[in-house]
Design a protein around this ligand. Structure first.
Ligand code: TRP
Length: 334
């Protein structure tokens, strides 16, 4: 608890260009959650180097992502928006937690298996202990809740196991975090293969709508979106393309699928696609123009980066000192 509020932690990697799926599935919810929780939203650059990165590119993307958090509506005074690499406590706690994590546990992580298959020439130890660093992120701030997608649930599970194991030995050191799983509409699928999640790295240029896409491109991608031959706008499991379009529409407009289906009663797929495209354009345009405005205001963003790194460091150090004392490191002489 901080100032009577529960603590929330989440982070994103600055790899690839964010998609509409990242926005509707994560960022938009983060903004809502920030009303209720004391939030830490990190740009997790330590995690990014588990895959080889171009340094200049990583730095640029990380700054853009941090700016985008703010452009999407996260108040950087109320929320702690910061770079993971600016708080050394993440790496320090990760080391300690590494010593409380078993090889067997990490061997079971499906993301490690997937990523090592994909990057067979660079299966580094960081990739293997990635979930431990993630546990450190979360536990450092005594987080109560962590909004994550399904793909990260296993990492949250191991975080809880590590925290419980540590607490069982040393007493109540860590808050045990709970996953926060978003409501319907959170999972946005590819516009070309609606059985697949919309991805930053899809090779088909029409599959994903990017956060920074121009209105014309957005409209074109929706016009080409895969539907079916039913010619019936309904929300069900056998019309996945149409369902995905309705999910996008509903999430943008904060309405239910029933309401959307009613709205499109008697209309055709072309009308549906145009309506969804226009709605997405109207949701993304203000984020894009705010991003461009903020990007030019270097001094303002620098100020946010500095102030939030200090705030994050202050909270992180409290947990870190407690942990260091528990495991038997000598006290610092001041
Ligand atoms: N691994 C997460 C992802 O790729 C990002 C992340 C790092 C994260 N640390 C976290 C998410 C802590 C939630 C909490 O999506």
């Amino acid at each position: 608890m901080i100032d009577g509020k529960k603590v929330l932690f989440s982070g994103m990697q600055a790899t690839g260009t964010l998609t509409l799926g990242n926005y509707l599935g994560a960022l938009k919810n983060w903004v809502k959650l920030s009303e209720e929780y004391e939030c830490f939203y990190s740009v997790v650059d330590l995690h990014s180097i588990t895959i080889r990165q171009d340094p200049a590119e990583l730095r640029k993307r990380a700054r853009n992502l941090l700016t985008l958090y703010i452009a999407a509506g996260l108040d950087p005074v109320k929320n702690c928006i910061y770079y993971q690499s600016h708080v050394s406590g993440h790496a320090e706690l990760a080391w300690v937690l590494n010593c409380f994590t078993y090889m067997g546990e990490l061997n079971r992580m499906t993301q490690f298996k997937d990523k090592s298959a994909k990057h067979a020439d660079n299966i580094n130890a960081g990739l293997f202990t990635y979930p431990v660093l993630m546990a450190a992120d979360i536990l450092l701030y005594q987080s109560d809740v962590v909004p994550v997608g399904n793909d990260q649930l296993q990492h949250l599970e191991i975080t809880r196991d590590i925290a419980q194991r540590f607490n069982a030995i040393y007493g109540d050191v860590f808050t045990i975090p709970e996953p926060y799983i978003g409501k319907q509409g959170a999972r946005i699928m590819s516009l070309q293969e609606p059985t697949k999640k919309m991805s930053k790295s899809d090779e088909n240029p029409n599959a994903s709508v990017y956060l920074m896409d121009k209105p014309d491109d957005i409209m074109r991608k929706f016009k080409r979106a895969v539907t079916d031959s039913e010619a019936n706008i309904a929300y069900n499991d056998s019309q996945l393309g149409v369902r995905n379009l309705l999910d996008i529409y509903c999430t943008c407009k904060n309405i239910t699928p029933e309401e959307a289906v009613k709205e499109f009663d008697g209309k055709g797929y072309a009308e549906l696609k145009t309506a969804v495209g226009e709605t997405v354009v109207s949701v993304l345009s203000p984020v894009q123009s705010e991003f461009e405005r903020l990007q030019k205001d270097k001094a303002y963003i620098d100020g946010i980066i500095k102030a939030n790194a200090e705030k994050a460091n202050y909270i992180a150090t409290k947990t870190l000192r407690k942990v260091q004392k528990k495991v038997g490191f000598p006290e610092r002489i001041r």
